[in-house]
Design a protein around this ligand. Sequence first.
Ligand SMILES: *Cc1c(COP(=O)(O)O)cnc(C)c1O
Length: 415
Amino acid sequence: MFDPLLEDKNDPLSHFRKKFLIPQKDGKEQIYFLGNSLGLQPASTPAYINEILAQWSQYGVEGFFMGDSPWVNYHNKLTQPLSCITGALPHEIVVMNHLTINLHLMLASFYRPDNKRFKIICESNAFPSDQYMLETQVKHHGLNPAETIIEVHPREGEVTIRTEDIAAVIEKNADALALVLWGAVNYYTGQLFDLPAITAMAHKAGARVGFDLAHAIGNVHLDLHPWNIDFACWCSYKYLNSGPGGIAGAYIHERYHTDTSMPRLAGWWGHNKATRFIMKKGFDPVHSAEGWQVSTPPVILMAIHKAALDIFMEAGMENLLKKGSMLSDYLIYLFREINKNAGKEIIEILTPLSKGCQISLRVKNNPKQIFEELMENGIFADWREPDVIRVAPVPLYNTFTEVYNFSEVMKKLTA
Ligand SMILES: *Cc1c(COP(=O)(O)O)cnc(C)c1O
């Protein structure tokens, strides 16, 4: 018998919950299963922000070069932890902008359609911002999205997409394929895709490949560099707890860093550091992912990011991944029991075994009403039309007892 109280007691990460501000109602901590949407605030965040404010008040603009952590190099403190989290080399990471903006910047470099190669393959039901990004990129090149963007769908009657079906579409379009752009973990189903396999298939077809890691970073095992991925982008406000609209990041494989023929949309923060402030004509990119940086870094957002990343490093990515999959496996187990005891499938589990922390549940009867009652019961979950409830028990602050209590509430509501 799996005893949630005992599991929590023996959990080597249990003390990390204290480091986060858990939402409360009537003095009672709520069950927050929305770390996949906006990760909770570390209690240490204000101190990190205040350090920047103090430096600003003391040095003014000289804060870029003075003080304990000069702003001009502040991003260096972020690339090391992000390298552990993503499996990229530190110089393959640049912390900048926001996710959709970075996807546009990456496509400016990596999507160069010509008469022969112009098609893009992506998942069906991708996150809307990614769909709009692709649609407008294609139009920006004067192409027709309907003839250019090819979506791979789940089979009739299935919810997730099979790797062999992705392979078949890539092979079929190999001659005209320019780019594969894929969400590493699908936001709706929670399906984790086989990134190294998709990368190898795209490269074999002669195309480039990039991943959107919004739902993958800080949530699943990543090895971007060894997997030979060309580029990837992510946001930091979901599993990485770095605040609403927090600063995002991108990975660019090192083989592109010195390729000056590669087009890019540049700004002065991507320019050679030795001559950046001489302010002369002629763009000379930094020979690392930083060469894609455009604007003055928002140091306060970086400080918020650092507060969270320091906690990730303290906990250790391996430990977090292990507990994360234990939590979500336990949740799946409990819902299978509910179905078993009911003698029928009253709650369909959409998320396959290959996953991170997010579990997507399709409730067969009165889903919207049940979702609203979850909120009444102090459970933060996420509603997706028409009938899906998404929950993400995350390893830094969620507990096995919360997963158990959630399943007990759902059992009552669906009875
Ligand atoms: C959350 C999310 C986004 C959001 O993009 P922003 O530019 O940060 O607003 C985009 N794509 C995916 C797949 C997401 O999950």
